[in-house]
Structures are given as structure tokens and as C-alpha cells.
Design a binder for this molecule. Structure first.
Ligand code: GLN
Length: 537
């Protein structure tokens, strides 16, 4: 590997674009450096389920030959940038497994719209990343194929369900990545892996070609190592799509955005670096969610988030405590609605049209049964049963309908807050990354790691997670790390994520505040294999 190539790993999008525009490096060299990084560390991390290196090399060579990196910045904002895609999004000609045996050999016949948009922006696609089966989980341990490790410390999970995408960015395998977030699956792994992850407003990124889990909650979004990278990747993938009936008309234009939030445009993103954090934060009113900073939140996480609050205040933001009285119902509401929708969405995997089919079965009914029995893992089966129960006649009103009503109340809580505040903050997750097998035996403990992220999905809000500190690793004894005797203290520290949530379509405002915070904090949270890289997140 040439020295120039090594330095390319861990750079931000704008740093890469600067080098490409100045012809200091070629797209092929950028790609080669990332492939080298994957070859050096992927056997430890296991972020990917498949690679598309040949196609990526062709694409990079084509860019080097025919693309003017200097002149075409605005039309192709990600030209030459290596990206990874969660393996529940279709990319033509590649396997799209959803981390499930039932789709183990399914080759996508078309591109998801987000993937089309990525390709149009010039991004170079490296491959597909590991996930919890059908995106159901919070640790990526539910993948039928492999366990992805946290690049900070391989004894710990990367979070989930988009754990492969978060780990790929944290390890410097990809500059940016796509994930999907139904109850926190972008934000929580971003928090565990020390990267930035964003779930945009519901409807801003097309769900066409994203294998559906819970359609009223699913949203595609970006991971990056900086807020600016996440903003640029979001800009590339967002936009109206007639093939998704919930896609918003013109998500970031002033016509649909009646509250006059800033619009997400390239000049807006590029303009952020021209203003100081204090200028960017001037007059911003932020609510800190009372219910998400008390009991059940690890002390190290609480401390990092409270010092983030102090930093924001010192920069001129006004931070006050706010309450979401119905937040306590978010988890049960989510697990009724998400499982109900999943039970309907996953009915299509029956051995007839897609993936696995039990060929031994002698009649159609046993073929359905045996295929689903063999193809789905335990968590997916559990959720299909829960969802089917919640939708069954006699229980529908008591569970599904009631959950819809409470969902409305949670949305109402946020509406009231956003009448007075620009945005709200909380920890992204109640703890730092946990160890493998620590929560697999107790689904409720696993579900609780999404307590802070789920409300945004129920209310359709945009949310971003960015690193705000490092805290002692959570102890598997259940005792908070900073209450353990000194000789039992875990040696390592793991990243803590700060979550910012805003009103629908306030995505650019969230990005602005997150950017200001990131610039003011100047935290270096590079994973060990990137410790010498030039980027601090
Ligand atoms: N961890 C949550 C679940 O298992 C959220 C998953 C997601 O956002 N895809 O449902």
C-alpha cells in the first residue's frame, strides 16, 4: 500500500472531494485504500455480508476517466466516495439477504430508490452490511450469518440493527453508509460505534426497495464520521419518489415546510463551516427530555449528556427540562404496532416467490410451514406471533387500536414541545455498547436499549445521534461501571451518543445544531484502527 492510500482511510467526504478535485488522488486510489483497510480488519469486525469490489473498481475507473471532480461537485456530491449499504436494501444483481436464511440466496432484480440516488450522486458502492434478521434487534446478534464486532472493542456489540453499517464507518471501511431506522436502528448503533447517524423525517427518503419491516415506522438514513458527511449523504438520497406512497412531495422545500425550517441544500451544508458554533446556536431553544435522563440511564452516559448540555448553554443555546408524559408507553406501543406490521409484511416470505423453499414438502400448506420454520430465526418468529395476536379479531381493539391511539398522544406531546422549543435532546441509548450475549436471553432488556429512540419513529420525527463523550464500558454485572470497585473497573471506555430530535421537516435545523456542537466539542472518538487518521468526530 502506498503511503498516500493509507492516509485516505478515515477522511471526511469534503476532504476526499478536495483531494480528488485537486487531482492529488484518483477515485481508484481512494477505493483501493478502503479495500486495503477492509482486508486488514474485516476478519475481526465482520461488518459486511457481501462485497461488490469489481463493480466498484469499474465505477471508480470510469469516474477517473470521464468525470471532472472540480466542475461537477453540485451534480454529483458523492463522486468517488466509498459507501456501504445495509443488506435490507436492494442493489441490482447483489444478494439482499436481510440477515435471514429465508433470503440467503435472493438476488435483487432492481435497485432501491435510495441506492439509485446514491449511484446518481457518484458514490462508489463497496458492498452490503450485516444486520439483525429483518432489522429486528439492537445488537446485530440476530443475524443468521455472523456477529459484527464493535470496532472500539471487539468484545462488545456494535448495536443494531444496522450494526454492520455503523461498524463499517467506525472501522474506516467506508466513508459513509446507509442504514434503516424503525425504532432506533441507525441512531443506537451510531451511538455504540462512535459515529454520526441520522433518521430523517418519515417520508423524506423513499422506502422503495427497502425490505419492509414496519412500514409506518421504517426510514432509510445515513451514517458518517462527521455531521457534514451525514448531511451530504442525506442530501444525496432524499427526494420524492412516486413508487413510495408515503414519500413527501418536496421534503426540504419551503412549499412543504410551512414552519420555515432551513432547507437542506448543498450551499446550506457548505455554509455551516463559515460560521462559529456560537453564531450557529444563537437563540436556539432546546428541551432536555426529563423522562430520558433519569432512572435507567447509566451514570457515565448521563454525565456525558449533561456536560453536552452545559457546552450548548455556554455557546448561547437555551436548554430547559421538558416532559413527554406519554414516553413511558412508547416501548409497548412500538412492540404492538411494529410486530403487527411485521406480521403482515413478512407473510410474503412463503417459499413461493422469494428465497428459500422446502422442496421435500408434499403439499402447499406444509411447504409454507416448513419453509418459514426453517427460514426464520427465533426473534422473527416471536415477532410474527406477537403481531398476529395483536391483530386477531377479539384482540384488535384492545391492542392494535389502543396502541394507535397512544401513538397519537405521543405525537401530541412532541407537538406541544415543538410549539415552544426548536428541538429536544436526550441520550441516544441508556448505556454504552454491551457485551455479546449479555442481553440475548432477555428480550425485554434488549428492547429497553431503544427506549430513547423509539418515540421519534412513532411521531415521524427526524433524529440524529452524534458522539458526545466516552464513558467507562457498561459492566455485565449490572452494576454501573463507575460504581464498581477500582480493581473491577473495565479498562476501556466506549462512545456515548447524544440524540437531537426535531419537529417534522426540521432536518436541516438538527444538522445545524449537531454541526455546531461537534465543532465546539472537538472530540476524537476514532476506533483503534483509525487512531492515527486525521479526522476527529
Ligand atoms: N431494536 C428495535 C427493534 O428490534 C428497532 C429496530 C430497527 O430500528 N430496525 O425493533
Amino acid at each position: 500500500m502506498s503511503p498516500a492510500k493509507g492516509i485516505l482511510v478515515g477522511k471526511t467526504i469534503s476532504q476526499l472531494k478536495g483531494l480528488l478535485a485537486a487531482k492529488e488522488v484518483s477515485a481508484a486510489e481512494v477505493l483501493a485504500s478502503h479495500i486495503d483497510q477492509i482486508e486488514a480488519h474485516e476478519s475481526d469486525i465482520k461488518a459486511f455480508l457481501s462485497f461488490s469490489f469489481d463493480e466498484a473498481r469499474n465505477q471508480a475507473n470510469e469516474l477517473d476517466k470521464n468525470f471532472d471532480f472540480k466542475a461537477n461537485n453540485a451534480q454529483s456530491p458523492l463522486a468517488g466516495v466509498p459507501v456501504a449499504i445495509k443488506d435490507n436494501m436492494c442493489a441490482i444483481g447483489t444478494k439482499t439477504t436481510c440477515g435471514s436464511k429465508i433470503l440467503e440466496n435472493f438476488v435483487a432484480p432492481y435497485d432501491a430508490q435510495a441506492v439509485v440516488n446514491l449511484r446518481n450522486s457518484g458514490a462508489v458502492i463497496l458492498g452490503k452490511t450485516n444486520l439483525d434478521e429483518f432489522a429486528m434487534g439492537s445488537s446485530t446478534e440476530n443475524s443468521a450469518f455472523q456477529r459484527t464486532k464493535n470496532p472500539f472493542d471487539t468484545a462488545y456489540v456494535p448495536g443494531g440493527s444496522s450494526g454492520g453499517s455503523a461498524a463499517a464507518v467506525a472501522a474506516g471501511f467506508a466513508t459513509a453508509a446507509l442504514g434503516s431506522d424503525t425504532g432506533g436502528s441507525i441512531r443506537q448503533p451510531a451511538s455504540f460505534c462512535g459515529v454520526v447517524g441520522m433518521k430523517p423525517t418519515y417520508g423524506t427518503v423513499s422506502r422503495f426497495g427497502l425490505v419492509a419491516f414496519a412500514s409506518s415506522l421504517d426510514q432509510i438514513g445515513p451514517f458518517g464520521r462527521s455531521v457534514e458527511d451525514v448531511a451530504l449523504t442525506l442530501l444525496a438520497i432524499a427526494g420524492h419518489d412516486g413508487k413510495d406512497s408515503t414519500s413527501l412531495k418536496d421534503p426540504y422545500s419551503s412549499a412543504s415546510n410551512t414552519k420555515n425550517f432551513p432547507q437542506l441544500t448543498l450551499p446550506f451544508i457548505e455554509g455551516l463551516s463559515k460560521r462559529s458554533p456560537a453564531e450557529l446556536l444563537k437563540g436556539t431553544k432546546i428541551g432536555i427530555i426529563k423522562e430520558l435522563i433519569g432512572d435507567g440511564i447509566e451514570d457515565g452516559v448521563k454525565e456525558s449528556v449533561l456536560s453536552a448540555t452545559k457546552l450548548l448553554t455556554s455557546l448561547g443555546a437555551q436548554v430547559e427540562e421538558v416532559s413527554i408524559p406519554h414516553a413511558k408507553y412508547a416501548l409497548p406501543v412500538y412492540y404492538i404496532l411494529a410486530t403487527a406490521e411485521a406480521s403482515a409484511n413478512l407473510a410474503r416470505f412463503d417459499g413461493v416467490r422469494y428465497g428459500l423453499r422446502d422442496l421435500e414438502a408434499t403439499d402447499i400448506l406444509s411447504m409454507y410451514n416448513e419453509t418459514r420454520e426453517a427460514g426464520f430465526g427465533a426473534e422473527v418468529k416471536l415477532r410474527i406471533m406477537l403481531g398476529t395476536y395483536a391483530l386477531s379479531s377479539g384482540y384488535y381493539d384492545a391492542y392494535y387500536k389502543k396502541a394507535q391511539q397512544v401513538r397519537r398522544l405521543i405525537t401530541g406531546d412532541f407537538d406541544r414541545i415543538f410549539a415552544n422549543y426548536d428541538l429536544v435532546l436526550s441520550p441516544t441509548a441508556p448505556s454504552t455498547a454491551f457485551k455479546f450475549d449479555e442481553k440475548t436471553g432477555d428480550p425485554l432488556q434488549m428492547y429497553l436499549s431503544d427506549i430513547a429512540t423509539i418515540p421519534a419513529n412513532l411521531a415521524g420525527l427526524p433524529g440524529i445521534s452524534l458522539p458526545c463523550g466516552l464513558a467507562p464500558a457498561a459492566s455485565s454485572s449490572g452494576i454501573p461501571a463507575n460504581k464498581l470497585p477500582a480493581n473491577k473497573l473495565p479498562a476501556n471506555k466506549l462512545p456515548v451518543g447524544l440524540q437531537l430530535l426535531g419537529a417534522p421537516l426540521s432536518d436541516a435545523l438538527l444538522i445545524k445544531v449537531a454541526y455546531a456542537f461537534e465543532q465546539a466539542l472537538k472530540l476524537d472518538c476514532s476506533a483503534p484502527m483509525l487512531a492515527n487518521s486525521s479526522v476527529s468526530c
